[in-house]
Design a protein around this ligand. Structure first.
Ligand SMILES: *Cc1c(COP(=O)(O)O)cnc(C)c1O
Length: 404
């Protein structure tokens, strides 16, 4: 039985979807590797990776195989029952990281919600119910639930939704003195992205991250790394914290964890996990066998020398191409980021043009991202072919030419 397919277009969006997005004018219908096709059959090279999600490209054969196999086996049990894929995925994440315990959820925001609740709960149980202050950073981004958006450092995203969760303090990123000025014995956690993603592809300095670790130890606060965007190989290591020689107490990851299938995880230590008991936190879908089976396959592929070592070479190809574009059009003040999370910062005379560049890029057949109004962001597949980078950059150069 096949239902008659309704015809929908980009115009349908403006009638039926809550107007919280302003999507591109084309509608993707198919993807393969780093190429995507729209309703008209026009082909695009994907440098956006679904916002750092499709780390193995679109419809990677191994992920499709797992989706089919697990899809014919068991999709969902709820957490009233455990399941083999979740137990395997948790074991592999533990083997690959500082962590000893895992909580699964469905999105970055949910993993962070769990992390922030755990940090408060741990402090209340081990120390004092008054130890609830969370220190976070200007321009940080942690998701859109009321708690996570309030920990995020852009008030415009949390204003207008009623009273916000209390006892959250924001200070400038990469400014250790500012953290020292606000941290005290009532601080339960410092929450930081090792590389701010949405906030402009801004890496933390090693001194900053190491200083945060020391301050957390001194004040018995937990260091929470939001690696929702930087995790799963994006930086060239499985998790970005490995670049800093500093382990967090809690780490969250999501975006690329399922390679495009919704799943997230919060990782922590035995000691911190030990304050939790059945009923303290939970989720219906989190850790379902279908999501965990796909994430297990994604992790098996990403956590290999072949994939992780390939990230830096691909970054070099991107950076070289961006430098050539800059030499011709004098448009970027800086190329920054780590691995395949790349930010090209627009010069002051081109400030505010990020969105125009996205549209121009789409017209030329390449999908890119912005991070704010002044930074062009690239978050492609970690296994993108060199020829796709070359062709996509040629298209991007034409887009730049049409805008400057
Ligand atoms: C995308 C993102 C989130 C939110 O993830 P969702 O899956 O959209 O809830 C949280 N933190 C960071 C650093 C992100 O990049």
């Amino acid at each position: 039985m096949t239902a008659e397919k309704m015809t929908v277009t980009r115009a349908t969006f403006d009638k039926v979807i809550l107007p919280v997005y302003a999507p591109a004018q084309f509608v993707p219908v198919k993807g393969k590797g780093s190429r995507v096709w729209d309703q008209q059959g026009k082909e695009y090279i994907d440098f956006s990776g679904g916002i750092a999600v499709t780390a193995l490209g679109h419809c990677h054969p191994a992920l499709v195989e797992t989706l089919k196999t697990q899809g014919e086996t068991l999709w969902h049990t709820s957490n009233v029952f455990t399941n083999e894929p979740a137990l395997r995925l948790a074991s592999k994440l533990i083997a690959a990281t500082f962590a000893k315990r895992v909580f699964f959820a469905n999105s970055g925001a949910e993993a962070n919600e769990a992390a922030f609740k755990l940090a408060r709960y741990y402090a209340a149980h081990r120390h004092s119910p008054y130890k609830s202050k969370i220190i976070a950073f200007h321009n940080g981004f942690h998701g859109r639930t009321l708690f996570t958006v309030s920990v995020g450092g852009q008030p415009k995203y949390s204003d207008g939704f009623g009273p916000k969760p209390a006892d959250i303090v924001h200070v400038p990123f990469n400014d250790l003195a500012a953290v020292k000025a606000v941290i005290d014995d009532h601080t339960c956690a410092i929450v930081v992205e090792p590389i701010q993603g949405e906030g402009g592809v801004m890496p933390a300095t090693p001194e900053f991250i190491q200083g945060l670790r020391e301050l957390c130890d001194q004040y018995k606060a937990l260091l929470v790394f939001d690696e929702v965007q930087t995790g799963m190989g994006r930086s060239g290591k499985l998790f970005a914290y490995e670049h800093y020689g500093v382990a967090p107490d809690i780490l969250t990851t999501a975006k690329a964890l399922g390679g495009g299938f919704p799943v997230s995880a919060m990782l922590t230590t035995d000691e911190i996990a030990s304050v939790m008991a059945p009923g303290a936190h939970g989720t219906t879908y989190g850790g379902n066998p279908l999501a965990c089976a796909i994430a297990e396959t994604a992790l098996d592929i990403i956590n290999t020398e072949e994939v992780l070592d390939g990230v830096e070479a691909r970054r070099q190809q991107f950076v070289t191409a961006l430098q050539a574009i800059d030499a011709k059009f004098d448009i970027f003040s800086e190329i920054r980021g780590k691995g395949l999370l790349i930010g090209a910062v627009l010069k002051p005379q081109h400030a505010g043009k990020a969105r125009d560049l996205l549209n121009a890029a789409a017209a030329q057949g390449v999908m890119i991202l912005n991070a704010g109004t002044d930074v062009i962001r690239f978050a492609p597949s970690l296994v993108i072919e060199s020829t796709d980078i070359e062709e996509g950059m040629a298209r991007f150069a034409r887009a730049v030419e049409s805008v400057v």
